[in-house]
Design a protein around this ligand. Structure first.
Ligand code: GLY
Ligand code: MN
Ligand code: MN
Length: 437
């Protein structure tokens, strides 16, 4: 509770006087007819409220002499709780979560109508939540319409997320612990996949092994839809169909991460279905691995991910030239972006409550520099589809190697280091598993 209260205090400190900030929770989404997808809380709301039920809203109200954190949440309801599950209710929201007041969710609009009257600044996630936008339009237009009766609508509207996402970008000690746990559980899932993989298996069966291990390690959720892509399927960057058989002689790319107490792991490993890299697979794999290791070695405060990516591009292009996959002059190939046929995504992204976590990245001309406390992924890859104009030996190979990296004061710490990535280590792990059944 103290961490969430501390974050609310940090947000209050950045609010104008005489203002309100609104943070809506997530709502349940229908999967089919009357069944829902598993509920996942809105990350911004969770970061400040620490509350995991749908249909809720947090108000922070700052006046000259007071600041109040008020939760609106579902009311206790015996029948709903018998059918669907426990609800915290209002009095426990105050005693257990430390809000100053809690009211029923249904009362939100009435409270906004009363409490916004006379405040000058309103912070909310502008254009992010259609229901909230609509409610606010009604409430604020009513205040405007009542101006001759002494009602006063806010005149300054600020996107609350610009402040909040800057807070979320730099992780606290306890967030780093949760991200480390998510990375460790994710690593265990990848190790298990290497141990269980064999030709003839279906991609979704290997996915089940990864996610089964997540559950055994203490978390039931994946942070995003797992990608298990055999052979050429790995050339589809966000392949999630996972419905093909794995073939002897192919590589399989697994991009999967556990979500632990809301925090995401995001690991990719690529390994041979039969446990042994072929000559050409090994050459491309080693090139990606060398680029990934050198990228990680560049992670430290003051460096931009964009600049790390430039050095990765140079390394990949030079390697592809050496292997004969690309022909020509390195600088020209880079200038013409010829590498984009084989490496078409960025080097990585922020990681946190969201797998592609929030936070300002700067612009191409003026990129954001890394700071201690940020957590990023480093995930170069090479993808050579059957349509590529290269020698057949290189075709149908997709490789990505992705780790989760904490930026520390002087450098970096790899949170996902438990899962092997060198050719020797992967082959040894798989051989051992094959031998011992
Ligand atoms: N799993 C999505 C990504 O690596 O960015
Ligand atoms: Mn990623
Ligand atoms: Mn990933």
């Amino acid at each position: 509770m103290s961490e969430f209260k501390y974050r609310r205090a940090q947000f209050f400190a950045q609010m104008n006087k005489n203002s309100m900030a609104i943070f809506p929770a997530g709502s349940e989404k229908i999967r089919s007819n009357d069944t829902e997808y598993p509920f996942r809380q809105n990350s911004d709301f969770y970061y400040l409220a620490g509350f995991n039920e749908p249909d809720a809203c947090l108000l922070l109200i700052k006046k000259t002499d007071s600041q109040k954190a008020i939760l609106f949440n579902r009311k206790k309801d015996k029948s709903a709780e018998i059918w669907h599950g426990y609800r915290l209710g209002q009095s426990a929201a105050v005693s257990e979560l430390g809000f100053d007041k809690a009211y029923q969710f249904e009362e939100l609009q009435d409270h906004l109508q009363k409490r916004l009257d006379g405040l000058t600044t309103l912070y909310f996630p502008i254009f992010q939540d259609a229901n909230l936008d609509k409610t606010l339009a009604t409430v604020i237009n009513e205040l405007r319409a009542g101006r001759r009766k002494g009602k006063v609508a806010p005149t300054t509207y600020i996107d609350s997320l610009s402040i909040l996402h800057e807070m979320r970008l730099i992780k606290s000690t306890s967030e780093i612990e949760l991200l480390s746990a998510a990375a460790e559980i994710s690593a265990a899932g990848h190790i298990c996949a290497m141990q269980k993989c064999h030709s003839g298996m279906w991609e979704y069966q290997l996915q089940a092994e990864v996610e089964h291990e997540f559950a055994l390690q203490g978390t039931r959720d994946a942070a995003y839809n797992s990608i298990v892509a055999g052979g050429e399927n790995a050339c589809v960057l966000h392949y999630t169909e996972n419905n093909c058989q794995l073939h002897d002689g192919d590589l399989v790319l697994i991009d999967a991460g556990a979500e632990y107490q809301g925090y995401a792991g995001d690991i990719t490993r690529t390994f041979p279905v039969n446990g042994v890299f072929s000559e050409f697979q090994a050459k491309l794999y080693q090139l990606v691995l060398d680029a990934q290791i050198s990228a990680i070695s560049q992670v430290k405060p003051g460096v931009a991910l964009l600049d790390i990516n430039k050095s990765v591009i140079k390394q990949l292009v030079d390697g592809l030239l050496e292997l004969g996959v690309l022909q020509g002059d390195s600088d020209t190939l880079i200038k013409n972006e010829a590498y984009k046929e084989f490496y078409m995504h960025g080097i990585g992204h922020y990681l946190g409550l969201d797998v592609h976590d929030v936070g300002d990245c700067g612009s191409t001309e003026n990129p954001r520099l890394l700071e201690a406390g940020m957590v990023v992924t480093i995930e170069p890859g090479l993808y050579i589809s059957s349509a590529a104009d290269v020698d057949d030996v290189w075709k149908k190979i997709g490789i990505r190697i992705e780790d989760d990296v904490l930026v520390t004061e002087f450098g970096a710490e790899v949170l996902s280091a438990d899962v092997p990535k060198s050719i020797n280590e992967i082959e040894a792990l798989m051989a051992d598993a094959q031998q011992h059944g």
